[in-house]
Write a protein that binds this ligand. Sequence first.
Ligand code: SF4
Length: 408
Amino acid sequence: MEVDSQEEYNKRRPVMCKFPYSGVTINPDGHFVPCCNAPHVNLGHLSKVESLKKFINSHEQGMLRDKFNKSEWPSACRVCKTRREEGKPALMDHMADKYIDWSDKNFIADNYDVKYLEFTPSNACNASCSTCGSKFSSKWVTLDQEAVRQGLEYRNPTWESRATGTNYSMSEQDYEKILEVIPTVKFLMLKGGEPLADKRNIKLLEKIRDEKIDCKVNMITNLSMMNDKILDLMKAIPQFHMSVSMDGLYEQYNWIRSTDFDNVVGKLNKWYMATGKAVNVLTTMSIYNFFNMEEQIKYFTRMESVSMMKLLLTAHPTYITPHMIPQHMIDELNTKHAQSIWCTKHPKLERNKNLLNFTSWETTSPDRFKENKSRVLSWMNFVNKQRGFNIEDHVPELNKVKTYYEKF
Ligand code: SF4
Protein backbone atom coordinates (compact mmCIF):
# COMPACT_ATOMS: atom_id res chain seq x y z
CA MET A 1 0.00 0.00 0.00
CA GLU A 2 1.29 3.43 -0.92
CA VAL A 3 1.35 5.85 1.99
CA ASP A 4 1.41 9.45 0.94
CA SER A 5 1.65 11.54 4.02
CA GLN A 6 3.35 11.37 7.35
CA GLU A 7 -0.04 11.66 9.00
CA GLU A 8 -1.28 8.56 7.19
CA TYR A 9 1.92 6.73 8.03
CA ASN A 10 1.60 7.57 11.72
CA LYS A 11 -2.02 6.44 11.77
CA ARG A 12 -0.91 3.01 10.64
CA ARG A 13 1.81 2.85 13.30
CA PRO A 14 3.43 -0.33 11.99
CA VAL A 15 6.41 -1.99 13.65
CA MET A 16 8.63 -0.16 11.22
CA CYS A 17 11.36 2.37 11.90
CA LYS A 18 12.69 4.72 9.28
CA PHE A 19 16.20 5.10 10.72
CA PRO A 20 17.83 1.93 9.35
CA TYR A 21 16.60 2.72 5.83
CA SER A 22 18.01 6.24 5.59
CA GLY A 23 19.95 7.17 8.67
CA VAL A 24 23.44 6.76 10.05
CA THR A 25 24.16 7.71 13.65
CA ILE A 26 27.72 7.93 14.95
CA ASN A 27 28.47 8.29 18.66
CA PRO A 28 31.06 10.81 19.87
CA ASP A 29 33.47 7.85 20.21
CA GLY A 30 33.19 6.91 16.52
CA HIS A 31 30.91 3.87 16.97
CA PHE A 32 27.90 3.36 14.74
CA VAL A 33 24.66 2.87 16.68
CA PRO A 34 21.08 2.35 15.42
CA CYS A 35 20.05 5.84 16.62
CA CYS A 36 20.46 8.06 19.68
CA ASN A 37 17.87 5.91 21.48
CA ALA A 38 20.19 2.91 21.38
CA PRO A 39 23.58 4.50 22.14
CA HIS A 40 25.02 1.30 23.65
CA VAL A 41 24.28 -0.96 20.68
CA ASN A 42 27.54 -1.21 18.78
CA LEU A 43 27.12 -1.70 15.02
CA GLY A 44 30.80 -1.15 14.22
CA HIS A 45 33.31 1.68 14.08
CA LEU A 46 33.79 4.42 11.51
CA SER A 47 37.49 3.64 11.23
CA LYS A 48 36.69 0.10 10.03
CA VAL A 49 34.42 0.98 7.09
CA GLU A 50 35.32 2.19 3.64
CA SER A 51 32.45 4.67 3.38
CA LEU A 52 29.15 5.55 5.06
CA LYS A 53 27.30 4.42 1.93
CA LYS A 54 28.91 0.99 2.32
CA PHE A 55 28.02 0.95 6.00
CA ILE A 56 24.31 1.75 5.53
CA ASN A 57 24.08 -1.08 3.00
CA SER A 58 26.07 -3.48 5.19
CA HIS A 59 24.93 -6.54 7.09
CA GLU A 60 25.22 -4.65 10.42
CA GLN A 61 22.60 -2.04 9.60
CA GLY A 62 20.80 -4.51 7.30
CA MET A 63 20.04 -6.76 10.31
CA LEU A 64 17.76 -4.04 11.67
CA ARG A 65 15.99 -3.71 8.31
CA ASP A 66 15.56 -7.52 8.09
CA LYS A 67 13.68 -7.48 11.39
CA PHE A 68 11.49 -4.50 10.52
CA ASN A 69 10.73 -6.00 7.10
CA LYS A 70 9.16 -8.91 9.00
CA SER A 71 7.33 -6.49 11.36
CA GLU A 72 9.48 -7.74 14.24
CA TRP A 73 11.33 -5.66 16.83
CA PRO A 74 15.13 -5.82 16.72
CA SER A 75 16.49 -6.44 20.24
CA ALA A 76 18.35 -3.10 19.91
CA CYS A 77 15.04 -1.23 19.84
CA ARG A 78 13.86 -2.04 23.35
CA VAL A 79 13.26 1.63 24.21
CA CYS A 80 10.92 2.29 21.27
CA LYS A 81 9.15 -1.03 21.79
CA THR A 82 8.43 -0.17 25.42
CA ARG A 83 7.24 3.33 24.51
CA ARG A 84 4.85 1.96 21.87
CA GLU A 85 3.54 -0.63 24.34
CA GLU A 86 2.92 2.16 26.84
CA GLY A 87 0.99 4.11 24.19
CA LYS A 88 3.60 6.88 24.18
CA PRO A 89 5.32 8.38 21.13
CA ALA A 90 8.65 6.75 20.39
CA LEU A 91 11.69 8.15 18.60
CA MET A 92 10.82 5.97 15.61
CA ASP A 93 7.72 8.17 15.18
CA HIS A 94 9.71 11.33 14.58
CA MET A 95 12.52 11.02 12.08
CA ALA A 96 13.25 14.12 10.01
CA ASP A 97 9.73 13.77 8.70
CA LYS A 98 9.48 17.17 7.07
CA TYR A 99 12.79 16.82 5.27
CA ILE A 100 12.84 13.28 3.94
CA ASP A 101 9.97 12.20 1.68
CA TRP A 102 8.47 9.01 3.01
CA SER A 103 6.42 6.34 1.31
CA ASP A 104 6.51 2.55 1.30
CA LYS A 105 9.08 2.82 -1.50
CA ASN A 106 11.63 3.88 1.10
CA PHE A 107 11.41 0.45 2.67
CA ILE A 108 11.94 -1.76 -0.37
CA ALA A 109 15.01 -0.34 -2.10
CA ASP A 110 17.99 -2.53 -3.03
CA ASN A 111 20.39 0.21 -2.20
CA TYR A 112 20.12 2.93 0.41
CA ASP A 113 21.56 6.44 0.51
CA VAL A 114 22.48 8.23 3.71
CA LYS A 115 19.79 10.89 3.90
CA TYR A 116 19.93 11.45 7.63
CA LEU A 117 23.29 11.80 9.38
CA GLU A 118 23.84 12.35 13.07
CA PHE A 119 27.39 12.71 14.26
CA THR A 120 30.07 14.74 15.96
CA PRO A 121 33.79 14.41 15.22
CA SER A 122 34.82 14.08 18.88
CA ASN A 123 33.70 14.22 22.49
CA ALA A 124 35.07 17.78 22.75
CA CYS A 125 32.90 19.82 25.09
CA ASN A 126 33.28 22.90 27.26
CA ALA A 127 30.75 21.71 29.86
CA SER A 128 30.48 19.02 32.53
CA CYS A 129 26.73 18.48 32.90
CA SER A 130 25.79 16.43 35.94
CA THR A 131 23.76 14.13 33.68
CA CYS A 132 26.69 13.41 31.34
CA GLY A 133 30.06 11.64 31.32
CA SER A 134 33.35 11.30 29.50
CA LYS A 135 31.86 9.47 26.50
CA PHE A 136 30.07 12.69 25.54
CA SER A 137 32.27 15.34 27.14
CA SER A 138 36.04 15.79 27.27
CA LYS A 139 35.53 17.83 30.46
CA TRP A 140 34.40 14.67 32.23
CA VAL A 141 37.55 12.65 31.53
CA THR A 142 39.56 13.91 34.51
CA LEU A 143 36.42 14.33 36.63
CA ASP A 144 35.44 10.69 36.06
CA GLN A 145 38.95 9.63 37.05
CA GLU A 146 38.61 11.75 40.20
CA ALA A 147 35.19 10.20 40.95
CA VAL A 148 36.69 6.70 40.76
CA ARG A 149 39.57 7.82 43.04
CA GLN A 150 36.94 8.97 45.54
CA GLY A 151 35.31 5.53 45.54
CA LEU A 152 32.46 6.06 43.05
CA GLU A 153 33.11 2.72 41.36
CA TYR A 154 30.10 3.19 39.05
CA ARG A 155 32.13 5.84 37.16
CA ASN A 156 34.71 3.21 36.24
CA PRO A 157 35.22 3.30 32.48
CA THR A 158 33.15 0.87 30.42
CA TRP A 159 32.12 1.16 26.79
CA GLU A 160 28.41 0.89 27.55
CA SER A 161 28.39 3.61 30.20
CA ARG A 162 28.68 7.35 29.90
CA ALA A 163 32.01 7.16 31.69
CA THR A 164 34.52 5.89 29.16
CA GLY A 165 37.38 7.77 30.82
CA THR A 166 39.07 8.65 27.53
CA ASN A 167 38.91 11.28 24.83
CA TYR A 168 38.11 10.50 21.22
CA SER A 169 38.70 12.52 18.10
CA MET A 170 37.93 11.28 14.62
CA SER A 171 40.98 10.85 12.37
CA GLU A 172 41.19 13.09 9.30
CA GLN A 173 40.76 10.01 7.13
CA ASP A 174 37.47 9.17 8.88
CA TYR A 175 36.34 12.78 8.70
CA GLU A 176 36.77 12.59 4.90
CA LYS A 177 34.15 9.80 4.91
CA ILE A 178 31.72 12.28 6.46
CA LEU A 179 32.50 14.97 3.89
CA GLU A 180 32.11 12.46 1.07
CA VAL A 181 28.52 11.57 2.02
CA ILE A 182 27.26 15.11 2.76
CA PRO A 183 25.87 15.70 -0.79
CA THR A 184 23.19 12.98 -0.29
CA VAL A 185 22.28 14.09 3.24
CA LYS A 186 18.96 15.93 3.54
CA PHE A 187 19.05 16.25 7.33
CA LEU A 188 22.26 16.71 9.27
CA MET A 189 22.07 16.47 13.04
CA LEU A 190 25.19 17.96 14.60
CA LYS A 191 25.42 16.85 18.17
CA GLY A 192 27.92 16.73 20.97
CA GLY A 193 30.07 16.72 22.86
CA GLU A 194 29.43 20.34 22.12
CA PRO A 195 29.43 20.88 18.33
CA LEU A 196 30.90 24.37 18.65
CA ALA A 197 33.85 23.01 20.64
CA ASP A 198 35.22 21.11 17.63
CA LYS A 199 36.62 23.32 14.85
CA ARG A 200 35.80 20.71 12.21
CA ASN A 201 32.11 21.37 12.75
CA ILE A 202 32.74 25.03 11.96
CA LYS A 203 34.57 23.98 8.78
CA LEU A 204 31.68 21.72 7.83
CA LEU A 205 29.21 24.58 8.28
CA GLU A 206 31.45 26.80 6.14
CA LYS A 207 31.40 24.13 3.42
CA ILE A 208 27.58 23.91 3.55
CA ARG A 209 27.35 27.72 3.34
CA ASP A 210 29.97 28.18 0.60
CA GLU A 211 28.81 25.28 -1.61
CA LYS A 212 25.12 26.08 -0.95
CA ILE A 213 24.44 22.43 -0.07
CA ASP A 214 20.70 21.74 0.07
CA CYS A 215 20.51 20.17 3.49
CA LYS A 216 18.70 21.00 6.69
CA VAL A 217 21.10 21.35 9.60
CA ASN A 218 19.94 20.99 13.17
CA MET A 219 22.58 21.61 15.79
CA ILE A 220 22.07 20.48 19.36
CA THR A 221 24.15 22.89 21.40
CA ASN A 222 24.59 24.38 24.83
CA LEU A 223 25.12 27.67 22.93
CA SER A 224 27.61 29.01 25.43
CA MET A 225 30.41 29.10 22.82
CA MET A 226 28.50 31.07 20.19
CA ASN A 227 30.31 34.29 19.24
CA ASP A 228 29.56 36.90 16.57
CA LYS A 229 31.57 35.10 13.89
CA ILE A 230 29.78 31.80 14.49
CA LEU A 231 26.43 33.60 14.59
CA ASP A 232 27.13 35.11 11.16
CA LEU A 233 28.11 31.72 9.76
CA MET A 234 24.98 29.99 11.06
CA LYS A 235 22.82 32.86 9.88
CA ALA A 236 24.17 32.46 6.34
CA ILE A 237 22.87 28.87 6.06
CA PRO A 238 19.19 29.13 5.09
CA GLN A 239 18.11 25.78 6.53
CA PHE A 240 20.05 26.09 9.78
CA HIS A 241 18.15 25.48 13.01
CA MET A 242 19.15 25.08 16.60
CA SER A 243 18.07 23.02 19.55
CA VAL A 244 19.42 24.44 22.77
CA SER A 245 19.82 22.23 25.83
CA MET A 246 18.34 24.03 28.84
CA ASP A 247 17.87 21.97 31.98
CA GLY A 248 16.66 24.15 34.82
CA LEU A 249 16.61 27.83 35.72
CA TYR A 250 19.26 30.22 37.11
CA GLU A 251 21.53 28.60 39.73
CA GLN A 252 19.75 25.28 39.26
CA TYR A 253 20.77 25.36 35.58
CA ASN A 254 24.31 26.42 36.51
CA TRP A 255 24.62 23.40 38.82
CA ILE A 256 23.10 20.91 36.38
CA ARG A 257 24.95 22.10 33.27
CA SER A 258 28.04 23.94 34.57
CA THR A 259 27.67 26.78 32.03
CA ASP A 260 26.10 30.15 32.85
CA PHE A 261 22.31 30.52 32.57
CA ASP A 262 22.23 34.30 31.97
CA ASN A 263 24.94 34.07 29.32
CA VAL A 264 23.11 31.33 27.41
CA VAL A 265 19.69 33.02 27.61
CA GLY A 266 21.35 36.23 26.36
CA LYS A 267 22.85 34.39 23.38
CA LEU A 268 19.58 32.67 22.60
CA ASN A 269 17.83 36.05 22.43
CA LYS A 270 20.70 37.50 20.40
CA TRP A 271 20.37 34.71 17.81
CA TYR A 272 16.62 35.36 17.56
CA MET A 273 17.10 39.12 17.17
CA ALA A 274 19.67 38.56 14.42
CA THR A 275 17.81 35.91 12.43
CA GLY A 276 14.14 35.92 13.45
CA LYS A 277 14.48 32.14 13.90
CA ALA A 278 13.18 30.83 17.21
CA VAL A 279 14.93 27.78 18.66
CA ASN A 280 13.81 24.51 20.17
CA VAL A 281 14.62 24.17 23.83
CA LEU A 282 15.48 20.61 24.88
CA THR A 283 15.00 19.90 28.55
CA THR A 284 16.39 16.67 29.90
CA MET A 285 14.34 15.80 32.94
CA SER A 286 16.35 14.55 35.89
CA ILE A 287 15.88 14.25 39.63
CA TYR A 288 17.44 17.74 39.86
CA ASN A 289 14.83 19.60 37.78
CA PHE A 290 11.72 17.44 37.97
CA PHE A 291 10.22 19.26 40.97
CA ASN A 292 9.89 22.60 39.19
CA MET A 293 9.06 21.50 35.65
CA GLU A 294 5.97 23.72 35.55
CA GLU A 295 8.07 26.79 36.39
CA GLN A 296 10.56 25.91 33.63
CA ILE A 297 7.78 25.33 31.11
CA LYS A 298 6.33 28.77 31.95
CA TYR A 299 9.72 30.44 31.63
CA PHE A 300 10.76 28.97 28.29
CA THR A 301 7.39 28.86 26.51
CA ARG A 302 6.88 32.56 27.29
CA MET A 303 10.09 33.46 25.44
CA GLU A 304 9.52 34.77 21.93
CA SER A 305 12.88 33.30 20.93
CA VAL A 306 11.67 29.77 21.76
CA SER A 307 9.43 28.01 19.24
CA MET A 308 9.09 24.71 21.03
CA MET A 309 10.12 23.11 24.30
CA LYS A 310 10.69 19.36 24.24
CA LEU A 311 10.74 17.29 27.40
CA LEU A 312 13.23 14.44 27.29
CA LEU A 313 13.32 11.69 29.84
CA THR A 314 16.44 10.12 31.30
CA ALA A 315 16.39 6.62 32.72
CA HIS A 316 20.20 6.46 32.58
CA PRO A 317 22.39 6.93 34.43
CA THR A 318 20.04 5.34 36.94
CA TYR A 319 21.25 7.65 39.73
CA ILE A 320 20.06 10.86 38.07
CA THR A 321 16.65 9.79 36.79
CA PRO A 322 13.43 11.27 38.23
CA HIS A 323 12.22 7.67 38.59
CA MET A 324 14.33 7.73 41.81
CA ILE A 325 11.90 10.22 43.40
CA PRO A 326 9.78 8.43 46.05
CA GLN A 327 6.28 7.39 45.06
CA HIS A 328 4.36 9.75 47.41
CA MET A 329 6.26 12.75 45.99
CA ILE A 330 5.64 11.58 42.41
CA ASP A 331 1.93 11.25 43.24
CA GLU A 332 1.83 14.90 44.34
CA LEU A 333 3.68 16.00 41.21
CA ASN A 334 1.41 13.97 38.93
CA THR A 335 -1.64 15.67 40.45
CA LYS A 336 -0.04 19.10 40.10
CA HIS A 337 0.99 18.49 36.47
CA ALA A 338 -2.40 17.05 35.49
CA GLN A 339 -4.10 20.21 36.78
CA SER A 340 -1.69 22.58 35.08
CA ILE A 341 -2.66 23.99 31.72
CA TRP A 342 1.05 24.72 31.13
CA CYS A 343 1.92 21.04 31.45
CA THR A 344 -1.09 19.55 29.70
CA LYS A 345 -2.08 21.87 26.89
CA HIS A 346 0.57 24.42 26.08
CA PRO A 347 0.95 24.58 22.28
CA LYS A 348 4.69 25.14 22.52
CA LEU A 349 5.24 22.04 24.66
CA GLU A 350 6.25 18.76 23.02
CA ARG A 351 6.54 15.27 24.47
CA ASN A 352 4.69 16.22 27.65
CA LYS A 353 3.60 12.58 27.89
CA ASN A 354 7.09 12.08 29.31
CA LEU A 355 6.07 14.27 32.24
CA LEU A 356 2.46 13.24 32.87
CA ASN A 357 1.43 10.12 34.83
CA PHE A 358 5.03 9.61 35.83
CA THR A 359 6.14 6.49 37.71
CA SER A 360 8.52 5.99 40.61
CA TRP A 361 10.82 2.99 40.64
CA GLU A 362 9.91 2.67 44.31
CA THR A 363 6.71 1.05 43.00
CA THR A 364 7.54 -0.19 39.53
CA SER A 365 11.06 -1.49 40.21
CA PRO A 366 11.64 -1.63 43.99
CA ASP A 367 14.94 -3.54 43.83
CA ARG A 368 16.42 -0.99 41.43
CA PHE A 369 15.14 1.81 43.67
CA LYS A 370 16.87 0.31 46.73
CA GLU A 371 20.11 -0.40 44.88
CA ASN A 372 20.36 3.12 43.50
CA LYS A 373 19.67 5.23 46.58
CA SER A 374 23.28 5.42 47.71
CA ARG A 375 24.43 6.32 44.19
CA VAL A 376 21.90 9.16 43.96
CA LEU A 377 23.33 10.61 47.17
CA SER A 378 27.01 10.06 46.43
CA TRP A 379 26.65 11.52 42.94
CA MET A 380 24.85 14.61 44.23
CA ASN A 381 27.63 15.10 46.80
CA PHE A 382 30.33 14.66 44.19
CA VAL A 383 28.80 17.25 41.84
CA ASN A 384 28.12 19.61 44.79
CA LYS A 385 31.85 19.59 45.51
CA GLN A 386 32.76 20.17 41.87
CA ARG A 387 30.40 23.13 41.59
CA GLY A 388 31.27 24.66 44.96
CA PHE A 389 27.60 24.99 45.95
CA ASN A 390 24.78 22.60 46.77
CA ILE A 391 21.86 21.75 44.49
CA GLU A 392 19.70 21.17 47.60
CA ASP A 393 19.88 24.92 48.31
CA HIS A 394 18.08 25.55 45.02
CA VAL A 395 15.90 22.44 44.92
CA PRO A 396 14.92 21.99 48.59
CA GLU A 397 12.69 18.98 47.77
CA LEU A 398 15.93 17.00 47.37
CA ASN A 399 16.40 17.29 51.16
CA LYS A 400 13.07 15.51 51.59
CA VAL A 401 14.22 12.80 49.16
CA LYS A 402 17.39 12.36 51.24
CA THR A 403 15.44 12.12 54.50
CA TYR A 404 13.08 9.56 52.97
CA TYR A 405 15.98 7.45 51.65
CA GLU A 406 17.46 7.34 55.17
CA LYS A 407 14.22 5.93 56.58
CA PHE A 408 13.48 3.62 53.67
S1 SF4 B 1 13.04 1.61 16.52
FE1 SF4 B 1 13.71 3.23 17.91
S2 SF4 B 1 15.57 2.41 18.86
FE2 SF4 B 1 15.21 1.24 16.96
S3 SF4 B 1 16.40 2.31 15.40
FE3 SF4 B 1 14.30 3.10 15.35
S4 SF4 B 1 14.35 4.93 16.62
FE4 SF4 B 1 16.15 3.73 17.12
